[in-house]
Ligand binder design. Structure first.
Ligand SMILES: Cc1ncc(COP(=O)(O)O)c(C=O)c1O
Ligand SMILES: N[C@@H](CCOP(=O)(O)O)C(=O)O
Length: 540
């Protein structure tokens, strides 16, 4: 019985890869060292050349260690960190706008981020496009140094892993309007034992995006979206609340960030298809929760219809603002490897926004010359909800949505993903692969990972299954630096672990189950059980 279970850093230095392409800092090319950790990038006019024939590329200032006097400085007691940030704010010329996703070069359709728009004129997806010319005025070394200087601080808003990349996320938002829980900066865990024991790998890493404010990577996108809503409401735009359809994680993040900002949130959940831990999150955070007798795809259809009629802002990843925050996880991975590029990144996919967000994050680092290549991406799906996998296997023929069946990876039980076009684009442009995991495979992989000290969610089990398959077929080599993206905290999905370890699952061997042993409260019995377990023969 399920209930029977309840009776009674510093990261290791990665092995150097001689073949790994890196963009190393050339100190001789960046002579000027001057900047404060809390300021936006500014030009040092003394470094501009007077020679009209030479391109007037400004030489960026790089952060320098604080002097002892600066290090002692504290803001006045009556000032909070937002107010302190206001004092430090400086002008820049970075900007971003919405454009149709993958639009033709001559398209001139674009929208301000202050408009409420989710689709292009032709009905296609939108994308946030940054003014790359403005960003390119600074070289890769500048951006690496700036981002590195902000890690681990409490400076508003850069203490957040998302807002530490503010210039690449929402450059124009006032720091005052930002709603942040200092999300991001998640652990990149060296999976030493799992890698060695199950895969013969020595450079396997798990990016723990689920060890986060609401327990999933959705926080990364939601801080951006809710901050923009906060700005729109201050601008008196007609937004009475924010709404989403959800398999449990988007709704948790939306409710938490809205509650922090005092903005009403409305969530559409598929009845009886999300975990209790996920359901209680929006309830506790004061969201208006509709439990609807349909699946996620049904909820998604409803929220799209409702948000086109009512002044409710749409918070699903159909809204491309979300992806601007999620892409920072990719940038963070590069940063955590000291700007070395891993060979593979494996991501579980459902509504398929995140795979594109990772692609965008890696791509902007390549374009702005922080690195000189991008990793190969793998998208992993549950076999019970695998429309992308089928599409990939068909050689990217005609895309056909599926009816998603029940899966332990309930947050990716999605048959008609809104970001299918974005995912295909990301995979085609990263020499990517799609894999799938049966229920038994994903649950075994989750149990194996847990047995080496992790506590992952079933979706991460899907990603690990993809890794196991690609490793067994030799596609991923034993020394390839590989990152598996863990998308949610295992504590949100304890029932699946209880079922597995109780061997309660129909047609599943539960090979790695570790159920508790029921023992009588007697010294002799306990000693017998322990001797048996430890294989110690009694001395008489
Ligand atoms: C825990 C978890 N993992 C993975 C995903 C898949 O992300 P995406 O929908 O962006 O593909 C989701 C949501 O869909 C999720 O909640
Ligand atoms: N897993 C998601 C599904 C919706 O995805 P989104 O990224 O489009 O919001 C969830 O937790 O709801």
């Amino acid at each position: 019985m399920a209930s029977s279970l309840f009776h009674p850093s510093p990261l290791p230095k990665p092995t150097p890869h001689h073949h790994r392409a890196t963009t190393k800092i050339n100190h001789r090319q960046t002579p000027i060292i001057k900047c404060t950790s809390s300021s936006s990038p500014t030009f040092d006019s003394s470094s501009l050349t007077n020679n009209a024939t030479t391109p007037t590329t400004p030489v960026p200032k790089s952060p320098s260690p604080e002097s002892p006097a600066e290090a002692k400085h504290r803001r006045p007691a009556e000032e909070n960190i937002r107010e302190e940030a206001r004092r430090h704010s400086s002008a820049h010329n970075f900007s971003a706008r919405y454009v149709p996703f993958n639009s033709l070069p001559h398209s001139n359709e674009s929208y301000s981020l202050d408009e409420i728009v989710y689709r292009s004129r032709s009905g296609s997806l939108l994308d946030v496009q940054h003014d790359m010319a403005a960003l390119k005025q600074f070289d890769g070394n500048y951006w690496r140094s700036l981002f590195d200087s902000r890690v681990g601080k409490t400076t508003w808003p850069y203490g957040s892993g998302v807002w530490s990349k503010k210039e690449w996320v929402l450059p124009e938002i006032d720091s005052d309007d930002i709603v942040s829980a200092f999300e991001g900066n998640s652990n990149l865990f060296w999976a030493e034992r799992f890698g060695k024991q199950f895969l013969g790998m020595n450079d396997l890493w798990v990016k723990h995006c689920g060890i986060s404010h609401t327990g999933s990577f959705k926080d990364l996108g939601m801080t951006v979206l809710v901050s923009q809503v906060n700005r729109l409401r201050k601008m008196k735009r007609p937004v009475v609340g924010v709404g989403c359809a959800s398999t449990g994680d988007t709704s948790a993040a939306l409710s938490a960030y809205c509650a922090a900002a005092g903005i009403p949130s409305i969530v559409f959940l598929p009845a009886n298809r999300i975990s209790i831990a996920q359901l209680v999150q929006p309830i506790a955070n004061g969201a208006f929760v509709l439990s609807i007798d349909t699946d996620f795809d049904g909820c998604m259809k409803l929220i799209r219809e409702v948000t086109s009629e009512l002044p409710i802002y749409l918070a699903n990843s159909l809204n491309s603002l979300r992806l601007e925050g999620q892409e920072t996880a990719a940038i963070e991975i590069l940063q955590q490897f000291d700007w070395e590029v891993p060979d593979w990144v494996i991501i579980p996919g459902g509504n398929l926004g995140n795979i594109y967000a990772f692609y965008k994050g890696f791509k902007i680092c390549e374009e702005l010359r922080l690195v000189d290549r991008i990793p190969r991406l793998v998208c992993a799906q549950a076999a019970n909800a695998n429309p992308l996998y089928l599409h990939y296997k068909s050689g990217w023929g005609e895309f056909k949505p599926v009816k998603a069946n029940t899966t332990f990876a309930s947050a990716i039980q999605i048959g008609d993903p809104v970001s299918i076009d974005r995912a295909v684009f990301a995979l085609k442009n990263s020499n990517g692969i799609v894999e799938e995991a049966t229920e038994e495979e994903l649950m075994d992989a989750m149990a194996q990972a847990d047995s080496t000290g992790m506590f992952i969610c079933p979706h991460t089990g899907v990603a690990l299954t993809a890794l196991i398959k690609l490793r067994n077929s030799g596609v991923i080599g034993p020394t390839d630096r590989t990152v598996v993206v863990s998308t949610a905290h295992g504590l949100k999905f304890t029932q699946s672990k209880i079922d597995y370890h109780s061997k309660e699952i129909k047609d599943m061997a539960c090979r790695y189950a570790n159920p508790p042993v029921q023992v009588k409260a007697s010294y002799g019995t306990v000693m017998d059980v322990l001797r048996d377990y430890l294989k110690i023969t009694p001395k008489f």
